[in-house]
Design a protein around this ligand. Structure first.
Ligand code: DP6
Length: 310
């Protein structure tokens, strides 16, 4: 056991989404998913064994009533062999409001930091599996680059972990457009459970998710950007269709989100190779190649551009 464990994990954006679980307690997904990690944007975490639990987010002590505190401390209770109580210091390099500094990089960094603290020396596959227990998408954030998380078939989740896809795409860009959200959104945990339980459209989701994942793998292998962009956008909007068909309906998109979706369609009609993806919130993530970056910035001056491959 070291005095302190520390680690960094990147945020990730799914190109073929994880939406729906086959086991809610173990975060076992209904389908496999595929993401790209966001380079040096993510979470840095330090952890120590302590006399009592404390959780800091960006330097600020979190109250024990906050969701962030509860999820962190509850997760750490899975590891009594390391310590009964911990001091956890989390630093996000993305504004929390962007809806990206989320549970994925957070739980991945926490597990990597625990591995460092306890001297477990575990491989990435096992670290991914453990991070999954904190939050499903965290299984993907223990890697950089393109990552696939396998749904697996075992009841105990021992074959549901993520692996890095052996491919680079240095020209790929992800652009983040923050959309203001006046309403407190329903979290993805509750949102996906409600969708599975009440949305008739969800019945068609697993087959589409499988087909989309294969198309995205192929597009990465062949460096076919239009195929990657089209499949990712179609996948995200299909996920939102399953959400809209839930009851009570899950409407994450805000008027500004729709405006951006229409602008992207118009620009595509004018020949620009620009696509988008959306998660369980109002923000839009644009997908494009470096060669058209100036055209995209001209249309969206507030865009925050990320280079997943450095
Ligand atoms: C829409 O990983 O946050 O971002 O496993 O319940 O913690 P839990 O859910 P979470 O869900 C992410 C959903 C998504 C799609 C994705 O990242 O694949």
């Amino acid at each position: 056991l070291s005095e302190k464990g520390s680690a960094f994990a990147p945020a990730n954006i799914a190109l073929s989404k994880y939406w729906g679980k086959r086991n809610a307690e173990l975060n076992l997904p209904a389908t496999s998913s595929l993401s790209v990690s966001l380079g040096d944007l993510g979470t840095k975490t330090e952890i120590r064994v302590a006399a009592e639990d404390s959780v800091f987010l960006n330097g600020e002590a979190m109250g024990s009533e906050t969701l962030f505190y509860k999820r962190t401390v509850d997760f750490l209770k899975l590891f009594p062999m390391v310590g009964a109580h911990f001091e956890v210091r989390t630093q996000n390099s993305i504004p929390t409001a962007a809806g990206l500094a989320s549970s994925a990089s957070g739980f991945a960094a926490l597990v990597l930091a625990l591995n460092d603290l306890a001297g477990w020396g575990l491989g990435r596959r096992m670290l991914s599996l453990i991070a999954r227990l904190g939050s499903g998408s965290a299984a993907r954030s223990v890697y950089s680059g393109f990552v696939q998380w396998y749904a697996g078939t075992d009841d105990d989740g021992s074959d549901s972990y993520a692996e890095r896809i052996d491919a680079e795409w240095p020209e790929l860009r992800v652009g983040i457009l923050e959309v203001s959200n006046v309403h407190k959104p329903v979290g993805s945990r509750e949102g996906m459970n409600r969708t599975v339980a009440t949305s008739e459209l969800y019945n068609s989701w697993p087959a589409q998710a499988d087909a989309d994942l294969e198309a995205i793998r192929l597009s990465i292998r062949e460096k076919d950007f239009p195929m990657l962009g089209k499949t990712a956008e179609h996948n995200a909007l299909s996920m939102h269709a399953t959400m809209l068909a839930a009851w009570p309906p899950l409407i994450y998109l805000q008027p500004e989100s729709l405006e951006i979706i229409h602008t992207v369609q118009r620009l595509r009609g004018e020949g620009l190779e620009l696509f988008l993806t959306i998660d369980a919130g109002p923000n839009i993530k644009l997908l494009f190649l470096e060669s058209v970056a100036s055209d995209v910035i001209a249309a969206f001056p507030d865009l925050r551009i990320i280079q997943p491959f450095g």
